[in-house]
Design a protein around this ligand. Structure first.
Ligand SMILES: [Zn+2]
Ligand SMILES: [Zn+2]
Length: 303
């Protein structure tokens, strides 16, 4: 089974600042574990979702805005925690890693020195990490180096369209995705530059026709105008199953794609099957205790 956990579903300056929704990004668990866009609150959200950050294999950051990278440095330390030498991979564009004319870098040299592998990703670059292939996809955003991502998992492709404007070449790069995650900051009738609106989400869904379309990275106005209604509009318009993500929601991909909502830590209800609850545990995680005992603290380095 492949699993996505929505550690945060808020986006934009105001929602991030006020934490109206969490902004911890998305955690992808396949045979390889990737934390995507760990913004403010990612650490707390991992704890709430009982995900051990020392087991992460890769941090993937779409661009150099703090709602996408703010917790990345601490999580990079997490990947090497208790291990000898460098560990973990970072997949991010130039602005995040070396900085550009406009922004960045977002990751200090100290933290870059802890990584086993750093991939400076441009659109259409591919990167293989164990059994998982990742591809950077194009984006049109105020950080011009911004990328989206496509993950070739053991259960089909997951596409993550990060902050971008709607362009046909962006849509093209995600054709064939089984699950399509769209950073849809703006609701109907309120399109702004460099971000997707509900109308744009419908265009993506109608061309790509995934099994499930997830709207996330929701801005203040989107939250005020009923995320559920926005998702229903996309579904009515396209016929594609669409949900507006909730914090701590999971999407599982096996023979079927299912959406699970957390009712309390460790307990979930499957969307559309309201009486059925189950522990949502990724098969790989069953091998050991959910949280490893921390090794003794190392001397040196920042606290
Ligand atoms: Zn953003
Ligand atoms: Zn942005």
């Amino acid at each position: 089974m492949t699993m996505l956990t929505f550690l945060g579903t808020g986006g934009g300056r105001f929602v991030t600042l006020m934490q109206e929704r969490s902004t911890g990004g998305i955690y992808l668990e396949d045979k390889v574990k990737v934390h995507i866009d760990p913004g403010p609150g990612a650490l707390h959200a991992l704890k709430r979702n009982r995900i051990d950050p020392t087991q992460t294999d890769c941090i993937a950051v779409s661009h150099c805005h703090p709602d996408h990278y703010a917790n990345a440095e601490v999580l990079i330390e997490g990947m090497s925690f208790g291990k000898k030498g460098r560990a973990g991979a970072l997949f991010a564009p130039r602005s995040v890693i070396t900085g550009s004319e406009k922004v960045g870098p977002a990751i200090s040299r100290y933290h870059q020195g802890k990584l086993r592998e750093i991939v400076v990703a441009k659109p259409f670059d591919r990167f293989r990490l164990g059994d998982l292939e990742m591809m950077a996809t194009p984006a049109v955003h105020s950080d011009p180096d911004c990328i989206g991502m496509r993950f070739v998992t053991t259960n089909g492709d997951v596409s993550y369209v990060a902050d971008t404007e709607m362009r046909e070449e962006v849509i093209e790069a995600h054709k064939g995705a089984r699950v399509l995650v769209l950073a849809t900051t703006r609701p109907l009738r309120s399109r702004i530059p460099f971000h997707l609106s509900t109308e744009d989400a419908a265009r993506f869904a109608s061309v790509i026709r995934p099994e499930l379309c997830v709207l996330t990275h929701l801005g203040r106005r989107f939250l005020r105008e009923s995320p559920k209604k926005q998702a229903e509009w996309v579904k009515a318009r396209t016929g594609v199953e669409t949900v507006a993500a909730r914090d701590d929601m999971k999407v599982t991909m096996g023979p079927r794609v299912e959406v699970l909502y957390m009712t309390k830590p460790g307990s979930y209800v499957i969307k559309g099957a309201h009486k059925h609850r189950q522990e949502a545990v990724c098969p790989d995680r069953e091998k050991g205790p959910p949280m490893a005992e921390p090794p003794p603290p190392q001397v040196g380095g920042p606290a």
